[in-house]
Design a protein around this ligand. Structure first.
Ligand SMILES: *Cc1c(COP(=O)(O)O)cnc(C)c1O
Ligand SMILES: [Zn+2]
Length: 413
């Protein structure tokens, strides 16, 4: 497979040949998640050849993909890195950036992982593909698979926002809404893979998904003029995104393109903070709640907690938590001051920046990036909780309009 040389177990360090292993380390079992390693010396010094490809496939050389036919046609990645002037001025952060992944084809960051996962499935001739998801991983998988004509079978908790389930059905996925939590849906999807041999897209299990997620780091690095920012804030549920962000910079380092890493700050909801506990104590808490309106990061048993903790520790970052109220406020500020409408989890990294800023721990000149990971239309009920104004009901007459304008009823509450 392209430049992939081996799959290295994060627990025991053993290296496996890509042709020998499908998912996790045979010695360590499901916890033995594998890092995908490349022939870095062959890649070092090379300019990324895909400079004129405006998607994540500009990094095809350092992705586990070979043939053109495996690459799904939907345009994933190469998303904007905004320098939001009004927010910068309001907050006094002169080098704040927003990485807007709401513009991916199915409207979330998850498309990065799905695009690469589906390409690998195509290469291996695996079908159908299954996954468990709080919603976005599934709708993303279903959308990308629809573009390639591959069948998908999906497990989501029955509490998944309606828009995400409808999105799945529109893409033609077969959908199970599990009467339980995301954690229950996850266990069922794993069982289904064992029982029926369906190809499994779960990011913390299938080693290639993280490779898609890492492309966000390669993009940030390029968009900043081949520079590494000081801090990147990342929303954390299972911990795969932050693990992927780390992997992207680690690959750049191994290729000799940089010698520094950004401090990675993982941001969780107070009501779903198992990774934060694991970062503090070194072990995963036995049983934790997951109660937050940010459904995409509502995870009781974070499957990629080891990768998340490694990402934070090795970069000198930290894990922090924010309340649902702080997330809702961040959604509103982000929408009004930058024009990016995000779902609750999508604004959680930015909520973390606001919190650090209030605490005075952010240097005003340091370069800080917030990942905005999912679009607001995916969860209208969540967005409604973040609205600070109301629409004004109006009789269809200009007199009524004049009256309303005189009363000043159009102002924000
Ligand atoms: C999945 C998701 C996250 C969290 O990613 P993990 O890999 O579970 O930590 C954050 N935001 C959005 C919008 C997501 O869909
Ligand atoms: Zn192992």
């Amino acid at each position: 497979m392209s430049h992939v040389t081996s799959l290295s177990c994060i627990l025991c360090g053993r290296e496996h040949a890509p042709s020998q292993v499908l998912y996790t380390c045979p010695s360590c079992g499901p916890d033995g998640v594998l890092d995908v390693l490349y022939d870095y010396s062959a890649l070092s010094g090379k300019v990324f050849p895909g400079k004129d490809v405006f998607s994540l496939w500009r990094y095809k050389d350092i992705l586990p993909v070979e043939a053109e036919r495996e690459v799904p046609p939907l345009r994933v990645g190469w998303t904007p890195l905004y320098a939001p002037q009004r927010l910068r001025a309001t907050l006094g952060l002169s080098a704040l950036f927003l990485k807007d992944d709401t513009v991916n084809p199915t409207a979330s960051f998850k498309d990065r992982a799905s695009a690469v996962g589906v390409a690998v499935a195509m290469a291996l001739g695996k079908e159908p593909i299954t996954c468990a998801s709080t919603g976005n991983a599934a709708s993303s998988l279903a959308g990308i698979c629809a573009s390639q004509g591959i069948e998908t079978i999906i497990f989501v908790p029955e509490t998944a926002p309606r828009a995400k389930v409808v999105q799945l059905l529109m893409f033609g996925a077969r959908v199970f809404t599990v009467k339980g939590t995301y954690d229950d849906a996850f266990d069922l999807s794993m069982e289904a893979t064992r029982l029926f041999g369906w190809y499994n897209r779960n990011t913390s299990y299938n080693p290639y998904l993280l490779e898609g997620k890492k492309t966000v780091s390669l993009e940030i690095w390029e968009q900043l003029g081949e520079k590494v920012p000081d801090r990147i804030y990342v929303p954390v549920g299972d911990g795969c995104i932050i693990g992927g962000v780390w992997k992207g910079f680690e690959d750049l380092r191994r290729m000799g393109r940089t010698d520094r890493m950004p401090a990675l700050v993982g941001v969780q909801a107070e009501g779903s903070s198992a990774v934060t506990r694991a970062w503090e104590t070194g072990v995963l808490p036995e049983k934790t709640d997951c109660s937050t309106f940010a459904d995409s990061i509502s995870v009781g048993i974070p499957r990629a907690w080891r990768q998340a903790v490694r990402a934070v520790k090795e970069t000198g970052g930290e894990m922090i938590t924010v309340s649902d109220k702080e997330i809702a406020q961040a959604m509103g500020i982000l929408a009004r001051e930058s024009g990016i409408f995000s779902e609750p989890a999508g604004a959680t990294a930015f909520a973390g920046i606001l919190k650090s800023h209030r605490a005075g721990t952010l240097d005003s000149a340091s370069s800080v990036v917030a990942l905005v990971t999912g679009a607001g239309l995916k969860d209208i009920d969540g967005a409604a909780r973040a609205c600070t104004s109301q629409a004004v009901s109006l009789e269809p007459h200009v007199e009524a309009l004049k009256e309303a304008v005189r009363e000043g009823s159009l102002r924000h509450s």
